[in-house]
Design a protein around this ligand. Sequence first.
Ligand SMILES: *Cc1c(COP(=O)(O)O)cnc(C)c1O
Length: 819
Amino acid sequence: MQNQPQALSFDKAAFQASVKQHLLTTYAQTPATASARHWYLAMSRALAETSTGNLIDTEQHLAATDCRSVNYLSLEFLIGRLTGNNLISLDLYAPVAEAMAELGQNLTDLLEEERDPALGNGGLGRLAACFMDSLAAQEFPAVGYGLHYEYGLFRQSFDQGRQMEAPDGWRGQEGYPWEIQRPELNQTAGFYGRVEVYTDEQGAQRRRWVPGMQVEGVAWDLPVIGYQNHSVYPLRLWECRAPVPFRLAPFNEGDYVGAQAAAIEAGNITKVLYPNDNHDQGKTLRLMQQYFHCACSVADILRRHLAAGHPIEALAAQETIQLNDTHPTIAIPELMRILLDEHQLSWEAAWSICNQVFAYTNHTLLPEALETWSEALIAELLPRHLEIIFEINHRFMAEVEAKWPGRDDIKQKLSVIQEGGQRMVRMANLCVIGSYAVNGVAALHSELVKRDLFPEFDALFPGKLQNVTNGVTPRRWLKFCNPALSQLIDEKIGTGWPAQLSQLSALADFADDAEFQQRYMAVKKANKQRLADWVADNLGIALDTDAIFDVQIKRLHEYKRQHLNLVHILSLYHRLLNDPQFEMTPRVFIFAAKAAPGYALAKEIIFAINKVAEQVNNDPRLGGKLKVVFIPDYRVSLAEIIIPAADVSEQISTAGKEASGTGNMKLALNGALTVGTMDGANVEIREEVGDDNIFIFGLLVDEVLELKQQGYQPARYYESDSLLKASLDLLLGDTFTPGEPDALAGIRHNLLEGGDPYFVLADFADYVSAQERIDEAYRDQAGWARKAILNTALVGKFSSDRSIRDYVNNIWQLEAVKR
Ligand SMILES: *Cc1c(COP(=O)(O)O)cnc(C)c1O
């Protein structure tokens, strides 16, 4: 029935029949021949069928409602496994567990059969996934647009401590059960070619792009299921199919080989996700991915708009487009091109629409992450877009001249074109100029965007630069991943919290309640045991659950300072062996992190941690006080086991470098205490939980800048701090790499002779003292329980539902459409 929400009622017999039907007709199995994987696939297909019905119903309902929608454009959606989480959203976890049990299958085991769709690198992609979840939960009309990579982020393993990378074919042989192809929505995208000038019927001179080749964009939808409501929104992922039909002639007369090479290149556009986090590599194929993503997405947005009967001039009233970082910037000149060349709008009319459609989220201040593309490359791949970029910039430069007459220095800084050497197009500048709103992702970060990155833009466009602090979905990051804690919370404060996380504050009343403390810590202990069992089974390392579980899980990057954590571990090792007075609570240091395959120092840090782990874990002199575990292949499903088991959350980036962080939020929500710098969202976590319930250390943003200006000399810290010296010197020789002396010396060299660009040595002493405070606090178990409970209770602000409401109210101006 059209537009009738499917009830959340559950017909067990029909469901079981559907599962068996899929076993047979989709996977050619009978219950007797089916493996656990087959059962997982058939079960997921049966569930996906229902949600596809609701997806189509929601689509039709929204089209008929004439509502305003947000289109979330992101090159990454790190969605994690869907089946378990969708069972929570559908409120079917227990009934499906029972239905499958009757078929002789254990639901928990079946859910382990799903491979993570790793269609993202880290925080940025995970944020996009949490945002889609929160849009659907609150029924704000939305479409997510991304790429259907054949291979997601590489799978990581270790070979004698070194990172190995293997391709991640996330869909498996059988295809991914939650996706559905939508051939009626396919689009095409052009590349290369030339710009043609012609005279239209009104006698006006016009320009149009004649691409040298075209590729097909195949639409795949994944359902984003609203939490216990009836709305299902599409996450639409574009897959590139090789040029069809390949148009040789305009490409390059007679260049057969060149044309074939371009065709092969085009066939590879969505082959693989680029594995860089916070780093711009500037590869041609990456720009092709970006344009392909934007061309298909913008075309689909316009298709919906026009199909609903709206005039093109009304686009901004109906649709807004959020750009997740600068990766989809090219959507701005693409929409301009379509409005100018295909809909024949005037420049002023087209620009006014763009300026009311696009909004841009900045995710980083790191210079190496700010995207620029060579003008020559854009000229070759996208000649018409380059003309439009020039015209945008030309008109913008006139605005700058009007505001600051004669100030060529300011013009140079704000120009979309970076001069000097090879001319480059600055994507962030284009985004700021072309968007009606720009936001940073945490209060501190947004201030630094205004103060350090774009002060002139802030002066020119007052109010355009805003803040929306990131968040995480409480459905996946508490209810689903931590069922024991969720049940305890349900008992105490009811079951409304997953939809309204601020309700958790009611738990604060029980922070001093001895019985609640004891139950809360029993849950933590059971989660630690669950992780310890996993580590024993998969890595063969025994962990003591009485020890402090100290967790640093995030991409490997110098600015995140896993090496600061490592040097602290070395200091504990040194003290345990050399200081008979030294006492410490047993600690398990848990790492998980992937390094970009081309990032040599990051890979050396992984190697060093693995080598130190090998030695430390097997050194009987330490009396089991110190364990180090580097769990390979960090991904969403691994985060879901580690986070509920964490006592301590390491958020130790150099101040000013981490835009927000979201791992910090997930861990605090699950009752881990943060040891962190005044960086990113740590600042706001401290505001919420209070100084007594977080361990803050290290230089502040301005102290880092000041030290840098004075001329930072890391060797001074090394020479004057004997513990630091002893710890760093452990990286020399072959203590951790028997027979291979100085194999870890590169890290020490980077910190001493290399200038220590992330101020590890400057923050070391204060970090050690924060860690000593943690050790002492943990000895008071009731006191620790109180702090942990207050973390869970007081971080309701960091629900991505709140982030989405901030976007809705301050930027997008949407209304919820309830079904
Ligand atoms: C949350 C999350 C991240 C982001 O972690 P940060 O500590 O904020 O960098 C990265 N990867 C995965 C798999 C995550 O779940």
